[in-house]
Design a protein around this ligand. Structure first.
Ligand SMILES: NC(=O)c1ccc[n+]([C@@H]2O[C@H](COP(=O)([O-])OP(=O)(O)OC[C@H]3O[C@@H](n4cnc5c(N)ncnc54)[C@H](O)[C@@H]3O)[C@@H](O)[C@H]2O)c1
Length: 258
């Protein structure tokens, strides 16, 4: 019996990268998954992978920065499967890698809309559904860099640090309602987004390569394992935790003088 046997989950940004890896593992663990993404092709691919693995999935086209899309996504999950046991809020747009003063106001607003407001909207409507059930688990995907900074990533890091704040406050608000809220902070994973970023930005690649004591980048499935565990009953007393899966990168940072 898998760790998520018959549980119903939502994965935003499930069309590729870490989100797709989470869907692979949900299928392995016996769960059913609603794949939410703006990328219809990727969403269909993920649904195909889950079904090929003997699991059950449906795709709901969702822009997490739009309230009406998020509400429809939650409604589709509840209408189809009757409840939402867990949700992994993972969708994001990557940073444009510009120093703060060169970042356009439009780029700032778009990054915050997807990477922070999107998480707020997902949590808001997922929690409303979970409150009706009296139980649930949410995992927000942050970044290993959220405890520090990365050059050229002002809006991205601001959003990821904000995500930690949302996670912490929801921990206080919903613990007594049996809704666990946690975050996962990935280090560098070889996903499509990261592959594109590394190809475009040699300076950023050099920065990331310098970080992790484990001298390699991760496969997204290695980080998905942490998210899946937090969603499962095995983590039943883990609440308000930011689990960093970064090959030790943040440990190195913490040991540097302030
Ligand atoms: N790749 C890394 O090294 C790394 C490092 C630290 C943190 N992270 C975090 O891990 C998570 C996954 O990253 P990834 O590398 O797999 O990214 P990715 O770009 O490969 O996947 C992100 C997915 O989000 C979707 N998406 C984008 N905007 C959306 C929107 N408005 N609504 C719904 N879906 C949307 C994309 O279509 C894509 O399928 C992100 O939260 C990211 O910040 C990644």
């Amino acid at each position: 019996m898998g760790d998520l046997e018959d549980k119903i989950g939502i994965v935003t940004g499930g069309g590729r990268g870490l989100g797709q890896a989470c869907c692979d593992l949900i299928a392995r663990e016996g769960g059913k998954v609603v794949v939410a993404d703006i990328n219809e092709e990727g969403g269909a691919e993920t649904v195909g992978r889950v079904r090929d693995a003997g699991g059950e999935a449906m795709f709901v086209r969702t822009d997490v920065s739009k309230s009406e899309d998020v509400q429809a996504m939650v409604k589709a999950a509840v209408d189809t499967y009757g409840r939402i046991d867990f949700a992994i809020n993972n969708a994001m747009i990557p940073p444009p890698f510009l120093p703060l003063a060169d970042l356009s106001e439009d780029e700032w607003h778009r990054t915050i809309a997807v990477n922070l407001t999107g998480v707020f909207l997902c949590m808001k409507y997922e929690i409303q559904a979970m409150m009706k059930q009296g139980i649930g688990a949410i995992v927000n995907i942050g970044s290993g860099n959220e405890h520090g900074a990365a050059p050229g990533c002002a809006a991205y890091i601001a959003a990821k640090r904000g995500l930690l704040g949302l996670t912490a406050v929801a921990t206080l608000d919903y613990g007594e309602h049996n809704i666990r809220v946690n975050a996962v902070g990935p280090g560098t994973m070889v996903t499509p987004a990261m592959r594109e970023a590394l190809e475009e930005n040699a300076k950023h690649k050099e920065f990331l390569e310098s970080l992790a004591p484990i001298k390699r980048f991760s496969d997204p499935h290695e980080v998905a394992e942490a998210a899946i565990w937090l969603c499962s009953d095995k983590a039943s007393f883990v609440h308000g935790h930011a689990l960093i899966a970064d090959g030790g990168a943040s440990a190195g940072k913490l040991m540097k003088p302030a």
